[in-house]
Design a protein. Structure first.
Lengths: 161, 158
């Protein structure tokens, strides 16, 4: 399956879920409608696409300029040795998307990290708690709205006294 | 000077001499400075020449806490606990720019210098410091130990 036929096949199977298609250094990038992410991923995971591996899941904050967060998923098809990038926009006022835990098990920790750093809610996630920051940490540190350099110490510091 | 004072002074010198050449260190290593610590501790630079060769992996058996690498706010209470578990007399070396001042990190996660949490005797800057700098810091600590008032168990408390 060459790049052109791949895109065609994806468009046929996913229909209106695909909002845009582009290319990044030879790898296809697909912009999905946020509410269809889970269903579309379930299709992409099976034959003929066979994206068996969720390489990475992260998020970009465009809240100041465009009022949205953009989720970025990287998939890999081990049988064909090709990558695919999926993007989905969620509104900054209420960022939420369906979880992928039922499809790829590693999504559990990746989604917890995105929740921890950006506060994106993953609906249906079995254990959506902070994974890197400690209990009692307030706010989401990788959001652009998080105050610059604001630390949240767990014990009293010398300079505070 | 009475005879007793003279004896006490000589005893203090002797205790200081003994302490500065038998520093059992506890390496609290979290980051890349650990590589420099390793080369300092191993045969090429050989920290054992200065009597600090015996690494203890329990803070209860150590005199010298070597804090090597970035300390985050998440880790700060652990560092404080380790320091509190060490027995007197104890000394602390801040090894590398991160422990001295937070180094290149000034963000939500990183503690801006371990002196915010525990007292520090010697600060060794550098990212990472070369082993020679570490040995220089160790020698300065030895000077400090030799010249400080020795707190020994039988000393008369005021």
């Amino acid at each position: 399956m060459g790049p052109e036929t791949l895109i065609e096949e994806i468009r046929t199977r996913l229909g209106p879920s695909v909002e845009a298609v582009s290319d990044s250094f030879g790898d296809p990038v697909i912009l999905l409608r946020a509410r269809d992410v889970r269903a579309a991923m379930a299709v992409l995971r099976e034959t003929p696409f066979d994206y068996a591996l969720l390489l990475d899941l992260t998020c970009v904050d465009f809240s100041a300029s465009e009022g949205r967060f953009e989720l970025v998923y990287h998939l890999y098809a081990m049988s064909r040795g090709v990558r695919l990038r999926i993007k989905a926009s969620v509104p900054a006022s209420d960022p939420a998307v369906e979880t992928l835990v039922g499809l790829w098990k590693n999504a559990e920790w990746l989604e917890r990290e995105v929740f921890d750093m950006f506060g994106v809610r993953f609906e249906g996630h079995p254990y959506l708690k902070r994974i890197l920051m400690y209990e009692g940490f307030e706010g989401y540190p990788l959001r652009k709205s998080y105050p610059w350099r604001l630390g949240q110490p767990r014990i009293p510091l010398k300079d505070d006294v | 000077m009475s005879g007793f004072d003279f004896l006490t002074t000589r005893l203090e010198t002797a205790i200081g001499w003994g302490r500065k050449f038998s520093l059992f260190h506890y390496p609290f290593i979290t980051a890349c400075c650990g590589m420099e610590y390793m080369s300092t501790a191993c045969a090429h630079f050989d920290i054992d020449r200065f009597g600090a060769g015996l690494t203890r992996f329990s803070p209860r058996q150590a005199d010298l806490l070597l804090v090597v690498g970035t300390i985050t706010h998440k880790l700060a209470p652990v560092l404080k606990t380790v320091y509190d578990q060490m027995l007197e007399p104890k000394w602390v070396i801040a090894f590398g720019a991160c422990t001295v001042s937070g180094g290149i990190y000034q963000n939500y996660a990183v503690l801006q210098g371990i002196d915010q949490v525990i007292p520090v005797d010697i600060l060794i800057p550098g990212c990472p410091p070369r082993p020679e700098m570490v040995l220089d810091g160790l020698l300065k600590l030895q000077d400090k130990i030799q010249n400080q008032k020795q707190d020994w168990r039988w000393a008369r408390k005021p």
